[in-house]
Design a binder for this molecule. Structure first.
Ligand SMILES: [Zn+2]
Length: 375
């Protein structure tokens, strides 16, 4: 939190943490961005005109539903990948998070409806107006569960479609044609109101099957107009190639977020700037915790260079250690309540931060539907 002057501190006395968080980034009376005529933000409850969601910040990449065992598998694959990528002779590192309190040992909070309805209600109080769930069937995302926690909390949730990364693909995806992958994702898009294609990823170095999925996703985008956000594995490695494949498939980079680029810490921000110059957004999307310190100078510098229009913040929340019930400074709003104040302290202006938290995600999510919503 930034230091408050005594008058402001007095004014905030007696207000809840939510109100304090909201004042960390006031909703400014700036003009709403222009959205394409007829565009909507497609949430599970309804299609919103983008301006209807101007009252809160939008988070473009979070997890509210994952199957039992998903994070256990995720940690195991991450550990194996790191070991495989080390030069011969270097000692193998244990998987991140191994040990007491690791997600592997905890019950899966992402199937606990009462808890998640509470977490969503708290995020809403803390200033979040809309939130995107980044899961899909191969991650065991449960659309019914997302609908219920959205209804109970009153927080609009956008559901996604796609395939995640090689280790999580259906076993026989390797044998599928690109047409088949396209049809499978189209089926997902038709089965539920779908507001985003994501997270679409490469786990490590991008594989043949992952390239096939990216080509198919470009075609789904062309057929549906739904925006795309990605997952990059080894920090930054496949970022440019992901954008290449999507662009080769005819996708306008402005409709794409290349994700997890806060994991690539580089003072010159070479890859990040290359992607921005091509017109895409970059996802700084694992924020609001220990990794912030390294990222803040790089992002503050990108903002100072005038790139705020292309930045997208979120937290990719998936660990029980990060939820409000277990961590008073955590919760789904932590991008807004924890990360944003650090950027303010590093010199970023309210106007730029407002653009990033309130406007960019709505500009990204707004699309003119080519497929009618099912329900
Ligand atoms: Zn994610």
């Amino acid at each position: 939190m930034p230091k408050l002057d005594p008058t402001r501190r007095q004014a905030l006395k007696g207000m809840g943490a939510g109100a304090l968080a909201a004042t960390a980034l006031p909703r400014l009376a700036t003009a709403d961005p222009e959205f394409p005529p007829g565009s909507v933000i497609r949430t599970l409850s309804k299609d919103y005109a983008p301006s209807e969601l101007a009252g809160g910040a939008t988070l473009f990449h979070e997890h509210m539903s994952l199957r039992n065992g998903f994070m256990v598998d995720w940690m195991r694959y991450a550990g194996e990948t790191r070991t495989a990528n080390q030069a011969p002779g270097t000692p193998a590192r244990p998987p991140a998070g191994a040990g007491a309190g690791a997600p592997t040992a905890a019950p899966n909070f992402l199937v606990d409806e009462d808890l998640m309805a509470d977490e969503m209600a708290i995020a809403k109080r803390e200033g979040i107006g809309c939130i995107v769930d980044a899961g899909h069937p191969d991650m065991g995302r449960d659309v019914g569960f997302l609908r219920r926690i959205s209804q109970r909390s009153g927080l609009p949730i956008v559901a996604s479609a796609g395939f995640y990364t090689q280790p999580f693909y259906p076993k026989d995806l390797g044998a599928w044609s690109e047409d088949r992958v396209f049809e499978e994702v189209m089926q997902q898009v038709r089965a539920n109101p779908t507001g985003a294609l994501g997270e679409i990823g490469s786990w490590d170095y991008i594989t043949k099957d992952e390239r096939k999925v990216f080509r198919a996703i470009a075609r789904v985008h062309k057929a549906s107009n739904i925006p795309i956000f990605t997952h990059t594995g080894i920090p930054g490695k496949s970022a440019l190639e992901q954008l290449d494949i999507l662009e080769d498939g005819g996708v306008d980079p402005h409709r794409v977020v290349i994700g997890h680029l806060g994991n690539l810490v580089d003072a010159s921000a070479e890859i990040q700037r290359a992607i921005i110059r091509r017109g895409a957004y970059i996802g700084i999307d694992r924020q609001g915790g220990g990794g912030d310190a390294q990222v803040v100078p790089m992002i503050a510098s990108l903002i100072a260079q005038g790139y705020a229009d292309h930045l997208m913040f979120s937290s990719d929340l998936s660990s029980p250690r990060e939820i409000k019930r277990n961590n008073p400074t955590g919760g789904y709003a932590k991008t807004l309540t924890v990360f944003v104040p650090k950027l303010k302290a590093a010199g970023a202006s309210d106007v730029d931060l407002h653009k990033i938290m309130y406007d960019n995600p709505r500009r990204f999510l707004a699309f003119v539907p080519k497929i009618k919503r099912t329900t």
